[in-house]
Design a protein around this ligand. Structure first.
Ligand code: SF4
Length: 372
């Protein structure tokens, strides 16, 4: 059974999620608590936690003895989702995962193995107690546990060094031996993926949470180097990710797009700097085009919450069968190194403007975020 400290340290764990449910069943409850005066410290600590991520500082857990401490991580996630800046989310995922990796080094092995099973469905077996290792085959003596290769492959392809490649690992009966430190790395990376691929429907926030969001937004401008919106031109159209390119093509050919691709295309083009009129122009040849309605929809997408809607992530597009790479209709190596079409566009537009044609730098400089 996890201690209170462990519940705070591992927010992805099943026990922690259950404990959070006992305090706040859903986002509505969380917001209600945050709105009350007892929630002020939750917002303050959540804001500190997001700032720590942004500044790439260490994340620490707060322990006031109050069960509401469990809501600090949830509130930090809520703030980041509300801001909708994917680079901030990447900073958060990185910082939270690093903290977990550090905390795990102080845990008992039994606790870690139990958490793998209950939280990720990874049945990890200890190899042996240390004093019995000399009885083990030589190749197993440096390892501490064995895990199913499918579970190993959920995360390992995101790491670049050769020891993470399955072809370089010993595999017996479908089990891969791993060192303790490797298991910790796999767990923390899995947590990172969970953050990067999760989305929250954030309702209207109370004023104290909105103020926290605004404070962080004003910091982001100086901490995260914002690139100016890149205008779509004959050159930058080549920077569109395969999914958006397919939607763009269909719209230009005068096909009616269903709601999801229409929303995705409009929100994407607005975010990369197209004007509302330019976006309207793309849809105007569709047989179902009704100017007044389309104007209203594009304005709504462009202005929602002040900043406009952020287009859906790769995970959402894949779930809606709109990821052309997952469908096998297109292929681009960059897709493995991003989780959001906007990240694809930023990187590819940078490559185009710097005349970078060799994409082999992805595997040296970036981590794999998804595979197909
Ligand atoms: S991986 Fe993402 S960016 Fe690439 S095609 Fe699929 S949804 Fe689009």
């Amino acid at each position: 059974m996890a201690t209170e400290l462990q519940l705070r340290r591992y927010p992805f764990s099943r026990e922690s999620r259950q404990a959070v449910q006992s305090v706040a069943r859903d986002i509505g409850d969380l917001i209600e608590i945050a709105e009350e005066s007892r929630g002020n410290y939750i917002i303050r600590e959540a804001e500190n936690r997001v700032f720590a991520s942004l500044e790439q500082k260490e994340i620490t857990t707060v322990n006031t003895g109050d069960r509401n401490d469990l809501l600090i991580y949830q509130t930090a996630r809520l703030i980041v989702e509300k801001i909708g800046e994917h680079r901030l989310k990447e900073y958060q995922a990185e910082a939270e995962s690093k903290a977990v990796n550090k905390f795990l080094s102080n845990e008992r092995d039994e606790f870690v193995l139990e958490m793998c099973q209950s939280s990720f469905g990874w049945p990890v077996e200890p190899i042996s107690r240390r004093d019995m290792k000399e009885d083990l085959p030589h190749y197993l003596r440096n390892f501490d546990a064995k895990m199913h290769f499918e579970n190993f492959l959920e995360v390992a392809p995101r790491f670049h060094s050769n020891e993470w490649k399955l072809v370089n690992r010993y595999v017996e009966d479908g089990l891969v031996p791993v060192r303790k430190s490797e298991l910790h790395r796999l767990i923390s990376e899995k947590f990172k993926v969970l953050i990067l691929t999760s989305t929250l429907n954030v309702p209207t926030l109370p004023s104290n949470l909105t103020q926290a969001v605004q404070r962080i937004e004003s910091e982001i401008r100086s901490k995260i180097k914002k690139t100016d919106p890149i205008k779509i031109t004959a050159k930058t159209v080549n920077a569109l990710p395969p999914c958006i390119s397919a939607m763009h093509e269909s719209a230009l050919q005068g096909r009616n797009l269903p709601h999801m691709p229409r929303f995705t295309l409009a929100s994407f083009l607005l975010k990369i700097g197209m004007s509302q009129d330019e976006v309207l122009g793309i849809f105007k040849t569709a047989p179902d085009f009704v100017r007044g309605l389309a104007e209203y929809q594009v304005r709504h997408i462009a202005t929602k919450g002040g900043e406009g809607y952020t287009p859906p992530s790769c995970k959402t597009l894949r779930g809606n069968t709109l990821c052309t790479v997952a469908l096998g209709e297109a292929n681009d190596p960059l897709c493995e190194y991003i989780v959001h079409p906007l990240s694809f566009f930023e990187t590819r537009a940078w490559e185009i403007s710097n005349n970078v044609r060799d994409h082999s730098w992805y595997s040296r400089k970036r981590r794999k975020m998804q595979s197909f």
